[in-house]
Design a protein around this ligand. Structure first.
Ligand SMILES: Cc1cc2nc3c(=O)[nH]c(=O)nc-3n(C[C@H](O)[C@H](O)[C@H](O)COP(=O)(O)OP(=O)(O)OC[C@H]3O[C@@H](n4cnc5c(N)ncnc54)[C@H](O)[C@@H]3O)c2cc1C
Length: 339
C-alpha cells in the first residue's frame, strides 16, 4: 500500500532576512498538528543567506528545514518563489502546508494550491486534524480549516477531502507563539535553485517600505473605543486613559469607518489580533468580528450603555453606563493612584 506523507510544512517568510512573526506562530501550531498526524514538521525557507533563520525554526519544533538559498532569491518575487514551492510540494506531497495571510502569503498560497491541485482556505482562525466521515465516506487526517464565514455570521469548518495536500493561510497573531523549552535538533536540507528565464519576468529595481509605527500586538494594555463614543473628539479620552496606563489605543471597524481612528489600530477579523494583559472596551458592542481579535486578552473590562451588549459575554468586568462620563472617572482615579 502506498505510504501517505503525513508531514506538516510551514512557509517561513522573510524580508531582508527578518522573519515574519506569523511564520513562527504557524510553526508552533504546525508542531501540534504534526504530533496529531504522527508526521514531521518541516520549515520551508527561501532567500539569500538564510541558514541562521532556518536554524531558528528548530526552536519552534521544526525537525527539518528545507532551504533554498541563492542571491537571486534575496527578495520575494512571485515567479521564482512559487515555482520552487510548486516543485517541492508536487514532488514530496506534504499532508498540510501553512502560510501567513500576509501580502506574500496571499500571493503565494493560491498559486501553489492551483498548480498542485491542493485545497486552500484563507484566514483560518483555528486548525485541527481529525478523521472525518463525509458523504458516507471515511477520510483520514483531514485538516479542519476553521474560520468565520457569511460575513462572520457562522463559524465554518472547511475540509478538502479529495486532495493530498491541504493548505491554509492564517493572519498574524491568531495562533499562539510557543517556542519549545528545548529546541529540536533539526537538520537543514539544501535544495539547489535552478534559475529559469521566467523568474526574470519581474525585476526588483528599488523598494520603499514604511514600517507600521503602531504595534498593538506588543502592547500589554489596550484601551479600545467603538462607535458608541460618538465623535472623534471623544476619542481623546481613550488616548488620555491609554497614555496614563502606558497602553496603546485601538478601535473597532465602525470607529475606523466613522473616521474616529486610523485603520492600523483596528482590532478584529480584518484588523489586528491582540492578546494584551488588559483590554478596556469602551462603547463597543462586541460583534463577533471584533471579538475574534481581542477575546483572548487576559482581562477584559467593558463599558457599554446597553446591558445586553454582547461584549459583556466575553468581559471579566462590565460597567453599564455612559462611557463618556465613566472614562474621565477612570482617568481621575488612576491619576490619584499612579501619582
Ligand atoms: C467581514 C467583516 C469583517 C469585519 N471585521 C471587523 C474587524 O476587524 N473589527 C471590528 O471591530 N469590526 C469588524 N466588522 C464589523 C463588525 O461586524 C461590527 O459592525 C463592528 O465591530 C461594530 O463596531 P462598534 O462596536 O464600534 O459599533 P456598534 O456595533 O454600533 O456598537 C456601539 C456600541 O456602543 C454602545 N454605546 C452607545 N453609546 C454609548 C455610550 N455613550 N457609552 C457606552 N456605550 C455606548 C452601544 O450600546 C453599542 O453596543 C466586520 C464586519 C464584517 C462583515
Amino acid at each position: 500500500m502506498e505510504q501517505i506523507n503525513k508531514d506538516v510544512w510551514v512557509f517561513v517568510e522573510q524580508r531582508d532576512g527578518k522573519p515574519a512573526d506569523v511564520s513562527f506562530e504557524l510553526l508552533s501550531k504546525g508542531r501540534k498538528l504534526a504530533d496529531n498526524l504522527k508526521g514531521s514538521l518541516k520549515s520551508v525557507v527561501i532567500g539569500s543567506n538564510v541558514n541562521a533563520l532556518a536554524e531558528e525554526t528548530f526552536k519552534y519544533g521544526a525537525e527539518e528545514a528545507i532551504v533554498v538559498d541563492d542571491e537571486a532569491l534575496g527578495h520575494y518575487r512571485t515567479m521564482p518563489y512559487s515555482r520552487i514551492i510548486n516543485q517541492l510540494v508536487e514532488n514530496e506531497k506534504p499532508r498540510v502546508m501553512l502560510y501567513g495571510a500576509t501580502v506574500i502569503g496571499r500571493d503565494l498560497a493560491p498559486r501553489v494550491a492551483s498548480y498542485t491541485k491542493s485545497g486552500l482556505t484563507a484566514d483560518c482562525t483555528e486548525l485541527q486534524v481529525s478523521d472525518v466521515k463525509y458523504l458516507r465516506k471515511d477520510f483520514k487526517d483531514l485538516l479542519l480549516q476553521i474560520r468565520p464565514a457569511f460575513g462572520g455570521n457562522i463559524i465554518a469548518t472547511i475540509i478538502s477531502p479529495d486532495v493530498q495536500t491541504q493548505m491554509a493561510t492564517v493572519r498574524e497573531g491568531v495562533m499562539r507563539l510557543e517556542p519549545l523549552e528545548k529546541p529540536v535538533k533539526g537538520k537543514i536540507r539544501n535544495v539547489e535553485y535552478t534559475p529559469d528565464p521566467l523568474d526574470e519576468l519581474v525585476k526588483l529595481i528599488e523598494q520603499h517600505r514604511k514600517e507600521n509605527k503602531v504595534n498593538l500586538k506588543a502592547a500589554p494594555i489596550i484601551v479600545a473605543g467603538g462607535y458608541g463614543l460618538q465623535t472623534k473628539e471623544n476619542f481623546v479620552l481613550i488616548y488620555e486613559l491609554a497614555e496614563l496606563l502606558g497602553g496603546e489605543v485601538a478601535g473597532t471597524r465602525a470607529a475606523v469607518d466613522a473616521g474616529f481612528i486610523n485603520h492600523d489600530r483596528q482590532v478584529g477579523q480584518t484588523g489586528v489580533t491582540v492578546r494584551p494583559k488588559l483590554y478596556i472596551a469602551c462603547g463597543i458592542s462586541g460583534a463577533i468580528q471584533h471579538r475574534a481579535g481581542m477575546q483572548e486578552a487576559n482581562k477584559i473590562i467593558a463599558i457599554n450603555s446597553d446591558a445586553d451588549a454582547p461584549i459583556f459575554g466575553v468581559a471579566h468586568y462590565g460597567i453599564v453606563g455612559d462611557a463618556i462620563e465613566i472614562i474621565p472617572r477612570f482617568i481621575n482615579v488612576f491619576k490619584q493612584r499612579l501619582r
